[in-house]
Design a protein around this ligand. Sequence first.
Ligand code: UDX
Length: 451
Amino acid sequence: MDKSNGLRVILFPLPLQGCISPMLQLANILHSRGFSITVVHTRFNAPKASSHPLFTFLEIPDGLSETQIKDDPTSNVLSLVEQININAESPFRDCLQKLLVQESERVSCLIDDCGWLFTQSVAESLNLPRLVLSTFKATFLNAYPIFPRILTKGYFSLSDWEAEDSVLEFPPLLKRDHSWLFREDGEKLNQFFDTVVKNTMRSSGLLFMSCEELEKDSLTLAKETFMVPVFAIGPFHSYFSASSSSLFRQDDTCIHWLDNQDDKSVIYVSLGSVVNITKTEFLEIAWGLSNSKQCFLWVLRPGLVLGAEWNELFSEGLLRSLEEKGKIVKWSPQEEVLAHRAVGGFLTHNGWNSTLESICEGVPMICLPGGSDQMLNARFVSDVWRVGIHLEGKIERKEIEKAVRMLMVESEGKKIRERMNVMKDEVGRSVKNGGSSLRSIETLVNHILSL
Ligand code: UDX
C-alpha cells in the first residue's frame, strides 16, 4: 500500500454478487492509494470480512426475515432492491452518524451503489460528499432518463416484444431488448429511474468500471446527462481479483479438469448470480450442449432453475451424455476459468462483470441475456463490437448447438475470435501505464482529496 494519507472512505455496496465484487475491488484500488476503508454492509449477502483484513466492516440490519432470505430473494432483484432500500435507510443513517463522530481519521466521502435511493439525502444531511458507483455500462445509466419516456409514451406494446425494429431513443437496442421494462408495477420502476437520476445529479461524482476504449461517447454523454465529474477507472478486476469477494464457495476442481483439455476447446457456460431460467429452458441448454459435441464447463448455480434444487432434473441418460464431454459445478473461480488456455468461448447472460472479464481475457461470447442491462451489453457484444453471437432469446437445443459449433469450430467463430483479440488488446492498454483508466484513477484520487 502507498503511505496512508490519513483519510477514510466509506463504501456501501448493494448486497448482490455483481455489485459487491466491484465495490470491494474499488476498496482495494483506493486502499492502494493510501485511503483507509470502511465497508458498511447489510446482513443479507454480507461480504466475508476475513478475506479483507485491511478493511473495517460494519454490518447494519436489513429487515429481511429468515424466510425471505431462504426463499432466494435474488429471484426478483428489483423487489429485493426496493425492499432493502426501505428497510436499510434508518440503520444506515444511524451507522453513518456514529461513524462520523467516532472515527479518528477524517472521512472524505461516501461511495455507494447507484441502486441505493436514500444515501444521497443521508449524506447531504450529514455534510458528507457522496460519489456514486455504477456497476453498469455507462450507456445503460445514460438511459435511465429515457426509460420512463419509453414506458409512458406507449411507445410500443406488449405484443411488440418480438419486434426486431430498433428503438429510436436508444440505439443500438431493439424493441424486444426492452421486454423486461414491462412490468405490472411499471410506475414504481419509473420512480426508481427518476430517483437514481436526480440523486446522481446531486452527487459529487460518478464512477464506472469501464474505459474510454469501450465507450468514449457514452462517458461524454454521462458527463452531460448527470453534470458531475465522471471517472471511468477500467475493468476493476484488472487491478484486483474479485474472487476474494465471492459469496459462494468456488469449486476449484474445474481448473484441474481444464488443465486436461486442449487449448481453446472448452465452452464455459454461466448465467451469473441472479438470472433464473425455467425447467424447459434448462433442459434445452443441456441438450444443446450435449448435441454440440464440444467440451463444456457449466456453472449450474443452485437456485438457477426455477422450482429445482440443483441437477435433479437430469435424466440418467442425459447426465451420462453430458459427463462424456463436460464438467458441471455449482460455482467456479470465473476469472481464473476465463483466463485458462483451454477456454475458447463463453455462453453468458452478459452481466457487466462477466462481459468485462470475458473481454479482458479475449474470450468470445454467446449471448443469452436475462433482462435489464444484460440486454444492452449483449447487443453491444453481438451487433456493435461483433465479438459474440446473440441467441436472440431462443433457448432451444438446436439454436444452442448451432451457436456453440459456430463459435468453437466454424470459420465465423475464427473471425469473431480475431476481433475479440483486438478488443482485448485495446482494453488492456487502458490499464497499463499512461492508459486512460489509470489516468482516471489518478484524477479520482485527486478529486477525493479535494473534497
Ligand atoms: C448483475 C447485472 O447483470 C450486472 O450487469 C450488474 O453489473 C450487477 O448485477 P450478475 O448477474 O451477478 O450481475 O452478473 P455479473 O455482473 O456478470 O457478475 C457476476 C460475478 O460473479 C462476476 O464477477 C463473475 O466472475 C462471478 N462469478 C460468476 C464467479 O465468480 N463464479 C461463477 O461461477 C459465476
